[in-house]
Design a protein around this ligand. Structure first.
Ligand SMILES: NC(=O)c1ccc[n+]([C@@H]2O[C@H](COP(=O)([O-])OP(=O)(O)OC[C@H]3O[C@@H](n4cnc5c(N)ncnc54)[C@H](O)[C@@H]3O)[C@@H](O)[C@H]2O)c1
Length: 435
């Protein structure tokens, strides 16, 4: 055969098993449906029988590849290249260890662990087994932060003095997930608010800082809004059953989940395993006395914070400041990077950022250009990051060139440690923690 004309064989799709077929896994596994030449789902581990069955049908899985537990899966010889682990936070380490030991590479949802102590065996296991582990820091794949990182790396604003970031958790998301939902109590979900909602932000801060690592961290925060004493006078305990103020309350379950069905109400039906189709059905579900999503937001007894600020001192003297403000009027991720020669100001939701550079000759003493990412930033709630991270995982497994931001487990340690230490500081009344 003439080797000059011989075509290289097309690479086989990467085969994966989904562990935890919930909301996140449904998004990542879409790639198998849109691009079967790249990804194939060949098995599922899911404790919820309905979701397990949905996965069986969606990916045409044989019964013997549908499992109730990771233990059942690892009782069989390895039959896929990798696992996409989208269980809830508190299960990440305990489900990942047997998978790594069994030879599976992993795409693992963040956080990779709940604490430094819990994460250490996972890091060691990945090192010992030589398995590839990528953590789902989807924001690293967004054109917004990628372009910003390039601007900083090119030296356009000089040396970084401070990165200030704010995650404004909009009141729609805050109430459905962090007040009424599964993330409201650390004992249930496993994570503190900073870990579950802001590990991306601190990861991005550390990523933008490049080689510059944190030296010390402190943090304060608490619950300012979603607590009993903030309930308006005369408010009931349950929006649809006994609250005379329901029509005027911005958190009314009827207003949020029935009258405006596109404002995060999917979380309500997903997390309660209901899929109502009419308003009457929705109302009947929300009226059930034990439905968590119609509880008064001020009486949910949340154990996580609704606002928190973090102060980081980096080794070269630069600082990082971050605030999470839960229950804001609009969801936003704001970033302001100040350098010795200029600054960057951006709002992720507006899909653009401004670069200002010192220029004594220019009117006002500076020039400004705006980098508009709106043409590139599409596809999902994370600006295209959800799909891109799966494609990068496939590239990693195939030994192809990965993105410069590819969040391997090793690469994710700094951002996670920033969160772990910030929370430690908050619990110690803001005491400074050494990195
Ligand atoms: N990267 C991101 O931007 C991002 C965004 C949201 C959530 N997350 C993270 O994704 C993870 C999953 O979140 P979700 O919203 O998809 O949750 P989910 O509750 O929708 O899905 C979790 C699934 O795991 C299943 N499960 C529970 N125990 C299991 C076990 N022992 N073995 C196998 N399956 C089990 C549950 O039945 C459920 O279907 C969480 O860790 C969350 O913090 C990441």
């Amino acid at each position: 055969m003439n080797t000059d004309t011989q075509e290289a064989a097309a690479p086989q799709p990467i085969s994966v098993i989904i562990v935890g077929m919930g909301a996140r896994a449904s998004i990542y596994s879409m790639v198998a449906l849109t691009n079967p030449e790249l990804l194939r789902v060949v098995g599922v581990v899911e404790t919820n029988p309905e979701r397990r069955d949905q996965a069986r049908i969606m990916f045409d899985l044989p019964d013997e590849h549908c499992f109730n537990s990771v233990d059942e899966l690892v009782a069989l010889p390895r039959f896929a290249d990798a696992v996409i682990n989208c269980t809830m936070d508190r299960l990440h380490v305990q489900t990942s260890l047997p998978l790594l030991r069994h030879g599976y590479d992993l795409l693992l949802e963040k956080p990779y662990a709940l604490s430094d102590e819990e994460g250490q065996p996972l890091i060691e296991c990945a090192r010992e087994t030589g398995r590839k582990v990528m953590v789902c820091h989807v924001l690293r794949y967004t054109p917004f932060y990628r372009a910003m990182r390039r601007v900083i790396a090119l030296g356009s604003i000089g040396e970084v003095i401070n990165i200030h970031m704010a995650n404004q958790v909009g009141y729609l998301h805050e109430s459905v997930s962090f007040v009424r939902g599964k993330y409201a109590r650390e004992e249930i979900c496993g994570s503190c608010m900073l870990l579950t909602k802001c590990s991306h932000d601190l990861d991005i801060m550390s990523w933008l800082m490049g080689e510059n690592t944190p030296a010390t961290i402190s943090s304060v925060g608490g619950v300012i809004q979603f607590k009993e004493e903030k309930a308006p006078e005369g408010a009931g305990t349950h929006c649809l059953n006994n609250c005379p103020l329901e029509r005027d309350c911005p958190f009314s379950a009827r207003r949020l989940y029935i009258e405006h069905p596109l404002r995060w109400s999917n979380n309500v039906w997903h997390d309660t395993n209901n899929a109502p189709s009419t308003d009457e059905e929705k109302e009947a579900i929300l009226r059930q006395p034990d439905n968590p999503f119609s509880r008064c937001v001020y009486r949910c007894n949340i154990s996580i914070v609704d606002h928190q600020s973090v102060l980081i001192h980096f080794r070269d003297g630069a600082t990082g400041t971050f605030s999470m403000n839960g229950g804001a009027s609009t969801p936003r991720r704001i970033i302001h990077v100040t350098g010795t020669r200029g600054e960057i100001y951006g709002d992720f939701e507006e899909e653009c950022f401004h670069v200002r550079q010192m220029d004594p000759a220019a009117p006002g003493g500076y020039t400004e250009r705006t980098l508009d990412m709106s043409d590139f930033q599409q596809g999902d709630a994370h600006g295209g990051g959800d799909r891109s991270i799966v494609l990068d995982f496939i590239a990693l497994l195939r030994g192809e060139r990965t993105s410069p931001g590819c969040p391997t487990l090793e690469d994710s340690i700094t951002g996670h440690r920033m969160v772990f230490l910030a929370e430690k500081s908050r619990l110690a009344g803001g005491a400074v923690q050494t990195f």
